[in-house]
Design a protein around this ligand. Structure first.
Ligand SMILES: [Zn+2]
Length: 259
């Protein structure tokens, strides 16, 4: 938020200074004004799409200086009828703990998977109710409805009040920032994006992740496609061989998952 405000403040001050200069001293080419506005637009767009920048709001995107060699695996967009149980079985086989950012409408369809996730000791977070492609265009009121609807659903099924939230696509903006202040969710991003829903070859996905592994990392994965099984298997073997602990975000961040 500070970064967004600072950028706006800087651009406004520069624009006013240029106007004053243009009016009282020497003509300023229109291109200079346009360039400044284009820079503001570019920075704001990049900041909105890169949750790691903390441009609009403060998110937890990994634990730097993590001495315990901990890694947090996170699975978005489930629970999924076909893949979530397979992911849970693999995690159990390797004694790994993870965090699942679930979509409300999927929780509604598969309450039994939500129970299995919790029973196995994993953590659940809010990933909106609809995961709409237009979520980034929602006003604060609509964002609040999405978050509260999913929280109420999980509470009715598990008696847990979700504290974690991850915005769809990692997109943030002033409306989401305003909504979070109201709902008081803690926002979680990542620092390793696997692109597992985009890349079609599981070996490419795994090698992309392994190149970026470092203590305290949060890896973004999805329990919604068939590549996740070989990717997760290779990843868990690598982590075990290299003495990494696979932990939930609650362990990594020391922030309570449920209010
Ligand atoms: Zn998502």
């Amino acid at each position: 938020m500070i970064f967004f405000k600072n950028t706006n403040y800087t651009v406004v001050v520069l624009l006013i200074s240029l106007f004053i200069c243009d009016f009282y001293f020497t003509p300023i080419p229109a291109g200079i004004f346009l360039f400044l506005i284009a820079c503001w637009f570019l920075i704001t767009t990049l900041g909105s799409f890169n949750i790691k920048w903390n441009y609009h709001l403060k998110a937890f995107n990994g634990h730097k200086n993590n001495a315990k060699k901990q890694i947090a695996l996170t699975f978005d967009d489930g629970p999924n009828e076909k893949f979530t149980q397979q992911v849970l079985d693999l995690l159990k086989k390797h004694q790994a703990t993870a965090t699942f950012f679930c979509i409300g409408k999927n929780i509604e369809k598969h309450p039994e998977l939500v129970k299995s996730i919790l029973k196995d000791g994993h953590v659940i977070g809010n990933h909106t109710y609809s995961h709409s492609n237009f979520f980034g265009f929602y006003n604060a009121k609509k964002v609040i409805i999405e978050l509260e609807k999913t929280n109420a659903l999980v509470k009715s099924q598990t008696h847990k009040e979700l504290n974690y939230f991850r915005p769809p696509f990692g997109v943030t903006n002033p409306a989401i920032s305003k909504a979070i202040k109201h709902t008081k969710h803690t926002v979680f991003g990542w620092n390793i994006r696997s692109y597992d829903t985009v890349l079609k070859d599981d070996k490419k996905i795994t090698s992309r992740i392994l190149k970026r592994i470092s203590p305290g990392a949060i890896i973004l994965l999805h329990d919604t496609h068939d590549r996740i099984i070989p990717v997760l298997e290779q990843l868990l073997i690598f982590l075990q061989e290299n003495n990494y602990q696979t932990v939930s975000l609650e362990t990594l961040s020391d922030i309570k998952a449920y209010a």
